[in-house]
Design a protein around this ligand. Sequence first.
Ligand code: PBG
Length: 309
Amino acid sequence: MRRLVAEYRLSTDDLVAPLFVKEGIDSPEPVTSMPGVSQHTVESLRKEVRALCDLGVPAVILFGIPRHKDSVGSSADSNDGIVQIALRTLRDEVGAAMVIMSDTCLDEFTDHGHCGILTASGAVDNDATLDRYASIAVAQASAGADVIAPSGMMDGQVAAIRGALDDNGFAQTPILAYAAKYASALYGPFRDAAECAPQFGDRKSYQMDPANAREALAEVDLDVAEGADMIMVKPAMSYLDVIARLRVAHDVPIAAYHVSGEYAMIKAAAANGWIDGTAVALEQLLSIKRAGADFILTYLAREVAELLN
Ligand code: PBG
């Protein structure tokens, strides 16, 4: 009877696996604060994506850690940058069998760790950053990315990227906008994995205040008007109300990012024997669906796909 009347279901079709690829390492390096997650070599990444594809996971999203960082994140859009190398490898590996998304941002590539380039006084220069994002998006699409996912929360980033993609022959490449991205304390483990903690200050001048929900609607309105094909709420569990409100207000597909800290909390409590990690993972992901998300970026993707298959 419960199966007959269930309103929502979690399926492998809902999952996007976030993956890290690092330049200049010979073997995968486990991320201590995210048990089960590694910084991949290009070769171990290829194998992981093959396994996810064989499990029926529809998509991955790629983050790169370059060997060299500088003030403008030069390797983010260079043809031989680690993300572009990985994208070409994955495109070759899976063909059209999987959606390959690319996170489009600068924080992994800048020596100061901010998501944009800086003014002389050390503030993030919104408009100068837009040119960098446009160039990175074109480099990623050229290397085979199916979806461009700008995560830097600069004003106007979707319009800038849409224009650049259209001008360079990628009018068909969709944009998944990190539209309602909060300045959250739950990104800590990710910053270990992507080696991108800000070297000074914080991201509160560009990411949203957890106190605000109406502002999320405004942010999403702007991104949709600028041409976002899909929008994202991030993190997920503390912002289910935001997902639910956006579901009512918008018809575009909504993604939720179950972030590194959310994953780490489940793993840590389960390792202590304090919770049933698998049951909590499934409950949380189902709750995100119930709130109204169409798909979920989650480090749990592989183990949940193995469970559901
Ligand atoms: C920034 C970015 C971050 C995450 C995804 N993209 C970190 C940040 O804003 O500091 C966090 C994801 C997670 O915690 O799992 N490019």
